[in-house]
Design a protein around this ligand. Structure first.
Ligand code: HEM
Length: 571
């Protein structure tokens, strides 16, 4: 049965033509995409399992774990979800965006296998190191901030995992080089271009990661006598935030890919979209400085330049994509005669198709929940009310647990139908799952933000409502919101589990069938007009953009108001 998963009808040369995308796909690309995708889902299961303990502890009504276990579970939650679930998916995305979209074989396939094996080894070592952490070692959390020591195995595992990711990305780079050397010339397709930008940012992040983990490892095995905490923090965030930038750019690439295939989107202006990708290369890394906005070591001008100015270059890029993608859907659907008023193009879209709904929820929730709050808290003054509180956790669950995770869920659904060639098991649940996860995770995320912002409840602590050791400071006022957070967090975990059940049941037991026309826009309806796509109306998107702008302004003003309430200045 296992080998059956990797068997499609290929011609003598190992190619087949996908009846959904029209792409010419070689066996050597398709199989690694499946393997990396399935490995990512396993990491999602592990990280999701540890979310149970984390959520049931922070929901102090239950208060499941004591401090030691809480940090162990939180670390396993973070590494499996933020790093392994995402990075395995991202390597799959590089293979899709590179050789698959270009219609090539995967170059150096053995290197891809070595990369996968090394990444899996690194992930296992890290899980082992965290699970067996004992004093004086500390569970590393995501940041493994020096000088708190973690197990040397942890740093070794991180180095192995990072090296494995670099190795696994090599076939992608070679495929681009082949395209440039042997191809027909001209620009790379937009999706390949997006994957290429992702890979540039990834290389930068991984090199930074290698530097910081080797530094910490040498200190931990006592080759270096001491470690400079300030240097560690600055270099750490090259990968710490760098991986989030990879997530962001990979996610935007997936948005372009899936909205085009299942939503009928056209790219309204290639130049504008490509320029937005290029902006990421220049500015997004500088934005990582927002993690140090409240650190005393770096100068205030360094902080303001990087976070409050340079970062807006990357924000502009995201705003361009946030406009370009819905505009592409609107114009593309109107071109097929699926317009109808201001929002007809949206309301009559294929909402029952989980690939489509997941992609759209990802776009909306990333923008409204993760994106707006990211820009707000990346501002040097406002950062003070967010940093080190649960509001920060709310923000990044908006970006990665809503935006990226939902987009990647959509991609996995797509791979199940078009590469594993399986019909969904529990079809109704498959259609509903993106709605359930999006709704419940949004509610849990908003609660985290409110709890942090309104009451200043700190992050990374197992209990605050009942006691903060050594103080009589009470945060019990936050309890009602925690009572809302807890049940929604559990429901979000259950909805995530529903995704895993549908995905694995479909892959293993789904009916094997060529994907049907339900995956392509309006069952394959042709364009009604030959007019270029930018001639079509995009007024619906314009209205959505104004709503977004309105939400942005309200959140921005509300945050300044909250800041002004913190302390009074003057006598
Ligand atoms: C399925 C539902 C999820 C729930 C209920 C949940 C819940 C939580 C909570 C309550 C915390 C904060 C703990 C604290 O600071 O005291 C946390 C931390 C975190 N979560 Fe999640 N989470 C979920 C999904 C995800 C996903 C999908 C990702 C990534 C893709 C993720 C990544 C993280 C990270 C990176 C941290 C921070 C760890 C640290 O502070 O080092 N979570 N989660």
């Amino acid at each position: 049965m296992i080998f059956d998963l990797f068997d499609n009808d290929y011609d003598e040369d190992g190619f087949r033509t996908c009846n959904v995308t029209g792409m010419s796909i070689h066996r050597s690309v398709e199989n690694p995409v499946k393997v990396f995708g399935l490995t990512a889902v396993v990491a999602l299961v592990v990280g999701g399992f540890f979310a149970i303990g984390v959520a049931l502890t922070r929901w102090e009504f239950v208060g499941l774990l004591g401090p030691e276990e809480f940090y162990r579970w939180l670390s396993l939650h973070a590494w499996n979800l933020l790093i392994f679930w995402m990075v395995f998916m991202e390597i799959a995305i590089l293979y899709v965006g590179g050789p698959m979209v270009l219609g090539r074989r995967l170059p150096i396939p053995k290197i891809a296998k070595v990369g996968w094996g090394t990444m899996v080894t690194g992930a296992l070592v890290i899980n082992y190191a965290i699970w067996t952490t004992e004093a004086p070692n500390q569970a590393p959390l995501l940041t493994s901030y020096a000088p708190l020591p973690s197990s040397p195995y942890f740093y070794a595992g991180a180095i192995i995992f990072i090296l494995g990711s670099v190795v696994a990305a090599l076939p992608f780079f070679v495929s681009l080089w082949q395209e440039k050397s042997w191809g027909e010339g001209g620009s790379l397709p937009l999706v390949t271009f997006g994957a290429f930008v992702t890979s540039i940012i990834a290389v930068e992040a991984l090199l930074g990661g290698l530097a910081v983990m080797v530094y910490a490892f040498l200190w931990r095995i006592e080759i270096l006598e001491s470690i400079d905490a300030a240097v560690y923090r600055q270099v750490f965030w090259i990968i710490g935030h760098g991986t989030q930038q990879i997530n962001l750019v990979a996610m935007v690439t997936v948005w372009y890919f899936l909205t085009h295939i299942v939503g009928g989107a056209e790219v309204v202006s290639e130049k504008v979209s490509r320029t937005a990708f290029v902006l990421y290369i220049f500015f997004i890394n500088l934005g990582a400085a927002h993690h140090l906005l409240s650190d005393p070591v770096v100068s205030i001008s360094w902080r303001i330049w990087n976070a409050s100015y340079a970062f807006y270059g990357a924000t502009l890029a995201s705003l361009i994509h946030a406009f370009a993608i819905p505009a592409g859907i609107e114009a593309g659907r109107r071109r097929r005669g699926k317009g109808g008023g201001l929002f007809g193009w949206l309301t009559n879209a294929p909402w029952k198709n989980p690939v489509f709904s997941a992609t759209i929820f990802s776009i909306i929730l990333f923008g409204f929940v993760g994106g707006i709050t990211g820009v707000v808290m990346g501002q040097v003054q406002l950062n003070m009310t967010w940093v080190r509180t649960l509001a920060t956790v709310g923000h990044f669950h908006g970006t990665v647990a809503l935006g990226t995770t939902i987009a990647f869920m959509g991609l996995v659904y797509f791979v199940i139908r078009t590469m594993f060639m399986r019909e969904f098991r529990f079809g109704r649940l498959a259609s509903l799952q993106p709605y359930l996860y999006a709704a419940t995770m949004t509610a849990a995320t908003l609660m985290l933000m409110y709890i942090g912002l309104l009451y200043g409840v700190p992050r990374r602590i197992h209990s605050v409502v009942r006691d903060i050791p050594g103080t009589d400071f009470s945060l019990s006022a936050a309890e009602p919101l925690m009572m809302i957070f807890g049940p929604f967090a559990l429901l979000a975990i259950i909805s995530g589990a529903a995704f895993v059940v549908v995905a694995l049941a479909s892959v293993l037991f789904g009916e094997r069938k060529l994907p049907g026309s339900d995956l392509v826009p309006d069952e394959g309806v042709e364009f009604e007009s030959d007019e270029p796509v930018h001639k079509f109306d995009m007024r619906g998107t314009f209205v959505i953009t104004l709503i977004f702008l309105g939400a942005f302004i309200v959140v921005y003003i509300a945050n300044w108001y909250l800041l002004s309430q913190l302390w009074s200045i003057g006598p």
